[in-house]
Design a protein around this ligand. Structure first.
Ligand code: PLP
Length: 358
């Protein structure tokens, strides 16, 4: 079979998104919330889901779910919401809708890998603008790249993955203004529950602003639900490329159920913010570990030999993310998801052992 005759060369050149097998590991690699719903709520949810009409397609307007997202997660009145099967799908939809011939996508790097991947899938060119050595936004380089490339989409993850950096608000505003009506600026607030700041309330100020979020980091990664809001005219265009039934009835019902009890997830995220600070302080006390500031539910650290430390952690059944090869600014860096006090303690002990053994 001649695959090359069938598949676009830019797809052939890519590797598939790799997810390591985490069976038996303390899983600190994917920024998941480690807490389940309390037992009685699990029971109630089970009964709720059992009543869902699995024989029917979803109602593609998802009106009730959108109303709950707006009221419980703070989308300002009057702004249309578009739903995605995770925010990954929203990124894919925006790439598809904006893929005019020759159009470009711009984002700081290192950043979330799906911006570049989705751009390539849709035939868009991706332009990465390096952060500075402290992993902060290089505003001048961003502004110069906007002038040079006139990007159709600019992504600003707020806070950024994999660095945890929270960019300066004024820098973000300057970038949104510099792009102007030439393109869309997507402020990706996947980690907003851990940052406590947001552009959502500023949607009315900027016609080209899209604020994108997910329930994944909040504690519902398994149901795959992302949402975005922006100018209604823009949302109407993105809605055209959304597969009509992309949110399945079980996701819809589970999300509605949990959103009505959002205080449970809010308490879990508050606990994780507390744990992030404790973990940061403990890591800073370990010799040879540099901890970067993080406003997300993970910490990026630099050690002397990350490859070796990663392997030793894996031997001790601790799975973190080795991001050292992602970008030269991340050399010798590991990304660790903040977890329960017990799992954080296991990680810290394993890390201390990994650092001290030859
Ligand atoms: C910055 C950022 N945006 C979006 C996503 C995707 O989230 P979802 O689970 O909603 O597809 C991630 C996942 O890690 C992320 O780090």
């Amino acid at each position: 079979m001649n695959i090359k005759n069938m598949i676009r060369p830019e797809i052939s050149a890519l590797s598939a998104y790799h997810v390591p097998d985490a069976e038996g590991f303390v899983k600190l690699d994917a920024m998941e919330n480690p807490y389940l719903l309390p037992e009685p709520l699990q029971q109630e949810l089970g009964e709720h889901l059992a009543r869902v009409a699995l024989n029917r397609y979803p109602q593609p307007s998802y009106r009730r779910l959108k109303q709950l997202i707006a009221s419980k997660l703070g989308v300002p009145a009057g702004h249309e919401i578009v739903l995605g099967n995770g925010s990954d799908e929203l990124i894919a939809m925006m790439s598809q809708a904006c893929a005019k011939p020759g159009a470009k996508v711009l984002a700081p790097v290192p950043g979330f890998v799906m911006y570049a991947m989705s751009a390539r899938f849709a035939g868009l060119e991706f332009v990465g603008v390096p952060l500075d050595a402290d992993l902060r936004l290089n505003k001048q380089a961003m502004l110069a790249a906007i002038t040079e490339h006139q990007p159709a989409i600019t992504y600003l993850a707020y806070p950024n993955n994999p660095t945890g950096t929270l960019y300066e608000v004024d820098d973000m505003v300057d970038i949104i203004r510099a792009v102007g009506d030439q393109g869309v600026v997507v402020v990706d607030e996947a980690y907003q529950p851990f940052a406590g700041v947001s552009f959502m309330s500023r949607l009315d100020e900027f016609d080209n602003l899209v604020v994108m979020r997910t329930v994944s980091k909040l504690g519902l990664a398994g149901i795959r639900l992302g949402y975005m809001a922006g100018h209604n005219a823009l949302m109407a265009e993105f809605e055209k490329v959304r597969p009509p039934y992309n949110i399945n009835v079980l996701t819809e019902a589970a999300a509605e159920f949990v959103l009505q009890r959002i205080d449970v997830l809010d308490a879990q995220t508050a606990e994780l913010r507390l744990q992030r600070e404790k973990l940061r302080i403990a890591l800073e006390q370990l010799p040879g570990v540099h901890v970067f500031p993080s406003a997300a539910n993970f910490l990026l650290i630099r050690v002397a030999n990350a490859e070796q430390v990663f392997a030793k952690l894996a031997q001790q059944k601790i799975l973190v993310k080795n991001v050292g090869k992602m970008h030269n600014l991340l050399e010798n860096c590991l990304r660790i998801t903040v977890s329960t006090p017990e799992e954080n303690a296991l990680f810290l002990a394993a890390l201390a052992a990994s650092l001290s053994s030859p």
